[in-house]
Design a protein around this ligand. Structure first.
Ligand SMILES: [Zn+2]
Length: 267
């Protein structure tokens, strides 16, 4: 599932590619993947591309716009012929310049939503989500963790606690911070909290530097793979070894999600 680094990679690339373009037509190939009236986007000029958590906002000059969520398997790809006829291309945005932006999604949980007021849509999402990991202090983070007896990994995946962190980066950050994923969030000390926040920022930064993790379906806006899957610390490493001590990693489910950890380093 695309997380903050993947969605931010797509945002940066789209900001380069589609700002200044004028929409000529939106083609909806699967009902449910587009919310609203696609005809209202005609003749709109794109002025900005924003991101909040895992949400993207394509801003039109008129104040209208589109909210996009890639969910599990969504991609936004600019100008790649293969997507023109691909089975899982759900929405196509045609531009006056002749270019096209494809929303492709095998599972079809993702969506493009037409917004009458994109600024308001953005504010609504912002109000619903917690801060991003770069926006809060360790004390603020500690207060959030102290409020819940849930497992710390569950708390990290809760977008109302922190926005943008998903399963990949939560697994790797907990390993880097040497904290057991099953620890109760309200037993985390200030020192551990500081370490954890720094670890989250570090893995997200590395994810962004490598254009995200393409272990599964994710590709960037140019249809290219990211590189973070080559740097996973523990994520996805069933029967793998701890990159620090070399012992076998443990695999289990925490909050229904695949979780990998080292009992020695994260004990
Ligand atoms: Zn270890």
């Amino acid at each position: 599932m695309p997380e903050l680094p993947e969605v931010e990679t797509v945002r940066r690339q789209l900001a380069q590619e589609i700002v200044g373009e004028v929409v000529s037509l939106i083609e909806v190939r699967r009902e449910g993947c587009f919310v609203g009236n696609p005809d209202r986007a005609r003749t709109e000029r794109i002025t900005k591309v924003f991101r909040r958590g895992k949400y993207l906002f394509i801003v039109f000059q008129s104040g209208r716009g589109l909210t996009v969520h890639l969910k599990m398997t969504g991609r936004l790809v600019i100008e790649k012929d293969w997507y023109e006829t691909a089975l899982h291309t759900r929405v196509v945005m045609r531009m006056v310049s002749g270019r096209s932006l494809y929303f492709w999604d095998t599972r079809a949980f993702g969506y493009v939503k037409e917004e009458e007021e994109i600024e308001k849509a953005q504010e609504k999402v912002r109000a619903r989500l917690g801060p991003e990991p770069g926006e809060l202090t360790e004390i603020e983070f500690l207060r959030k963790l102290q409020k819940t007896g849930r497992k710390v990994k569950d708390a990290l995946l809760d977008q109302t606690v922190l926005a943008g962190v998903g399963n990949i980066y939560a697994n790797d950050a907990l390993h880097l911070a040497q904290i057991l994923p099953t620890r109760k969030a309200n037993t985390i000390t200030l020192g551990e909290c500081r370490k954890l926040l720094l670890a989250i920022r570090e893995v997200l930064k590395r994810g962004l530097e490598t254009n995200g993790a393409s272990d599964n379906s994710y590709l960037d806006a140019y249809g290219e793979k990211g590189g973070y899957q080559n740097e996973f610390r523990v994520y996805g490493k069933t029967k793998g070894e701890c990159p620090v001590c070399g012992l076998k990693l443990i695999y289990g489910k925490v909050g229904g999600r695949g979780t990998w950890w080292c009992t020695t380093c994260q004990g």
